[in-house]
Design a protein around this ligand. Structure first.
Ligand code: F6R
Length: 240
């Protein structure tokens, strides 16, 4: 694991975008695994800037998002589908047919989950971008999730729902379930970039890097991947 410690969120976002821009310049057909949440927003803003400056293009890039809520239509402002369009896809030249997020239609859920797993086996991400939950989750692989899982439907913990309450008006509006890439799927990616900022992530980051590899701290599995870059601000790195 390569660990880079930056001063603040802005530097973390700059460092992360340098890595992604270099990848896209070397490989304009790259397959990107993408995350939602607060952490990658600065990275996405920098990528939009690099696109506008003609440093990179996404016209041959394919993307696969980590996860999506169940119980929210894609058109809902807080679906990850809407989030990704608002923060990235609407501002770059990625083709809509190259954008993939787990489908969240309950009627076809089983088949869609299987199809997502198969699509990810054929399209192994060159780079998977990750955030980390305060409880050590990656994607929505909550503590206790099997390291052997591919895409699956998951019940969200109350902790994760409370963490995500900031995007909704009331806890009852925060979805209770989601579809997520499994740990095995994430670990197949050629390279992984995990970003974390703020004191609230410090304990999970410390356990991810220095703790034992255990399903109770899902991110600890990254110790077993041979190409992981972790970019932290000083607060997230404060317990290392
Ligand atoms: C998002 C995702 C989650 C977040 C994590 C951190 O697609 O899979 O694992 O990366 O919950 O969220 P933020 O960045 O909002 O602190």
């Amino acid at each position: 694991m390569q660990v880079i410690i930056c001063k603040d969120y802005e530097e973390v976002s700059q460092e992360a975008s340098r890595l992604v821009v270099n990848l896209l310049r070397k490989n304009p057909r790259a397959i990107l695994g993408l995350a939602t949440g607060s952490t990658p927003i600065g990275l996405y803003q920098n990528l939009i800037r690099a696109y506008n400056n003609n440093e990179i293009s996404f016209k041959d890039v394919k993307s696969f998002n980590l996860d999506e809520y169940l119980g929210l239509p894609r058109t809902h402002a807080e679906s990850f589908y809407s989030f990704m369009h608002r923060h990235l896809f609407d501002h770059i030249d990625i083709k809509e047919e190259n954008v993939h997020l787990p489908n969240n239609d309950e009627d076809t859920l089983k088949k869609d989950i299987n199809d997502y797993t198969e699509a990810l086996k054929k399209n192994v991400p060159d780079l998977q971008i990750l955030g980390i939950g305060a409880n050590g989750h990656i994607g929505f692989n909550e503590p206790g999730s099997s390291f052997d899982s591919e895409t699956f439907a998951v019940d969200l913990t109350l902790k994760t729902r409370i963490d995500n309450l900031r995007f909704f008006n009331h806890i009852d509006e925060v979805p209770t379930r989601a579809v997520t890439m499994g740990i095995k799927t994430i670990m197949r990616s050629r390279q992984i970039l995990l970003m974390a900022t703020g004191e609230g992530k410090a304990e999970a980051v410390m356990k991810m890097i220095k703790g034992s590899v255990t399903e109770t701290l899902p991110a600890s599995i990254l110790q077993k991947h041979n190409n992981v870059v972790v970019i932290l601000d000083e607060l997230a790195a404060s317990r290392l």
